[in-house]
Design a protein. Structure first.
Length: 157
């Protein structure tokens, strides 16, 4: 399983998701262009010391990402057709998150193999992209019995 970020705008969200990937043993795909300067210093600041423990792949654009994708693309979207509790995940799914400001364009939405939304109460717009990614990843790991080994969990939080 992997998490992919389409043209992310906010370094802090990228860092949060890199940290999540490192902790859960999930690879991270970054689809460029990004809305901030990407480099070792920025990622070290955003991802703290987790960047070195994460598997991060950068893709020049969406076609390059698609060419390298080895699993089903599951788009997280507020316009998703499948509510999260009804989604059936596969171990090699790639959870695709849109940019914070614009989401994904129609051609990316159309290319997704599945679309999922996190149910929310009426009157709210959306979750933070990193929070939505963590919620969906947790459910996907649960369904596929893919949580990291308990032997690898820290003794304190």
């Amino acid at each position: 399983m992997r998490i992919a970020l389409f043209e992310p705008d906010i370094a802090g969200n990228v860092g949060t998701l890199i940290r999540l990937g490192a902790c859960m043993g999930i690879g991270i795909d970054l689809i460029e262009p990004m809305g901030f300067p990407f480099g070792d210093r920025a990622m070290a600041r955003a991802g703290m010391d987790y960047v070195a423990q994460a598997e991060v792949r950068r893709h020049a654009d969406f076609p390059a990402f698609i060419a390298a994708a080895a699993g089903r693309i599951v788009l997280l979207t507020t316009a998703g057709a499948t509510p999260l509790p009804a989604m059936a995940f596969l171990p090699d799914d790639i959870l695709l998150l849109g940019s914070e400001g614009a989401g994904v364009p129609p051609h990316v939405h159309a290319r997704a193999d599945a679309r999922v939304r996190v149910p929310m109460r009426a009157g709210v717009r959306s979750l933070n992209v990193a929070i939505a990614g963590a919620i969906v990843l947790g459910e996907a790991l649960r369904q596929t019995n893919s949580w990291p080994s308990p032997d690898n969990f820290p003794t304190s939080i």
